[in-house]
Design a protein around this ligand. Structure first.
Ligand code: ATP
Ligand code: ZN
Length: 287
């Protein structure tokens, strides 16, 4: 018989754990005592959270042990499982790159021909090498890949990079970026209608939370004769709200702007005559 609750698999402990739990919390899912157990029921939502290693998430979701999961795209590409990628989540951003010792004379990918490359992601690497027509020896290693060139176990590595500081501290340089990755919400391909409806409900909340994170509420004062110029700089969700100030000839302008081009916009607004600019975080955003 089918379980009624929707079951979500997340990483038990690691780089995605805190952010996954934060996202659930922001989406209004309350969980208690999560650190001790494998499976925890949400208090206020028909959802069970399964805490497992990230490597196991693609398979568990494919097989229906969990209905949905939060996992890095890199793990999905590596696992080659049959899943639906439902939504990119905007955290756990990293890239997977090939790196070589800093004195390795590297001009092009051809320099990897015949070399030994250590990695925890052999599937992604083999794919890339075969697309690039390079024959190299791929060695699967489960941890501390970055030290292998220093102990002559490999000529190069293929690994996750975020800032690159781990590479530098191991005397390596990044030479080929192979894929980018971030955390995604995945689902089993054969969810029942009831579970699809629950997924949609969670997805709606997740989108509202993530949209809010990428946007700011902005309030400013402007002389009425600059309003046209200022509102042209402010594409809101629909259009900005303009309210008269008590001071004659001035208005207050309210709208929502995206975080991405934030500073440039503020600069332009100041130049157009805006004063008293306030920027306020948004908690949830439903459009
Ligand atoms: P587990 O014990 O669950 O197997 P792990 O050691 O394989 O954990 P973590 O290091 O916790 O995995 O990384 C989990 C995921 O976080 C990675 O698969 C990747 O998607 C992402 N990630 C890894 N390193 C970074 C990083 N430096 N910056 C951002 N995201 C990263
Ligand atoms: Zn792992």
């Amino acid at each position: 018989m089918e379980k009624r609750s929707l079951r979500l698999a997340i990483q038990k402990s690691g780089r995605l754990s805190e952010k996954s739990l934060e996202l659930l919390k922001a989406a209004g899912v309350k969980i208690d005592n999560y650190s001790r157990q494998l499976l925890v029921k949400a208090q206020n939502f028909d959802l069970e959270i399964l805490f497992i290693r990230d490597d196991d998430i693609p398979e568990y979701v494919q097989d229906g042990v969990a209905d949905i999961g939060i996992v890095g795209e890199n793990e999905i590409f590596e696992a080659r499982k049959n899943l639906n990628i439902v939504e990119k989540l905007g955290f756990g951003k990293c890239r997977l790159s090939i790196a070589v010792p800093k004195h390795f004379k590297y001009d092009s990918i051809k320099d990897l021909e015949g070399k030994n490359i250590a990695t925890s992601y052999p599937v992604i690497l083999e794919n890339f090498l075969s697309k690039s027509n390079i024959n190299a020896n791929v060695h699967k290693i489960s941890g501390a890949v970055e030290i292998t060139p220093n102990i002559d176990l490999a000529d190069a590595i293929f690994d996750i990079v975020s800032t690159g500081s781990t590479l530098v501290s191991n005397g390596l340089k990044e030479v080929e970026e192979v894929i980018k990755s971030e955390a995604v919400l995945v689902s089993n391909k054969n969810l029942s209608e009831a579970k699809k409806a629950m997924l949609d409900q969670i997805l709606f909340r997740i989108r509202s939370v993530n949209l809010a994170k990428n946007n700011k509420y902005i309030l400013l004062n402007a002389p009425n004769d600059s309003l046209e110029k200022i509102t042209a700089l402010l594409p809101g969700i629909k259009s900005p709200t303009i309210l008269p100030l008590a001071m004659e000839g001035w208005s207050s302008v309210h709208t929502v702007i995206e975080e991405d081009d934030f500073w440039e916009r503020i600069e332009n607004l100041k130049n157009a005559g805006a004063q008293g600019i306030l920027v306020v975080p948004i908690e949830k955003m439903i459009v």
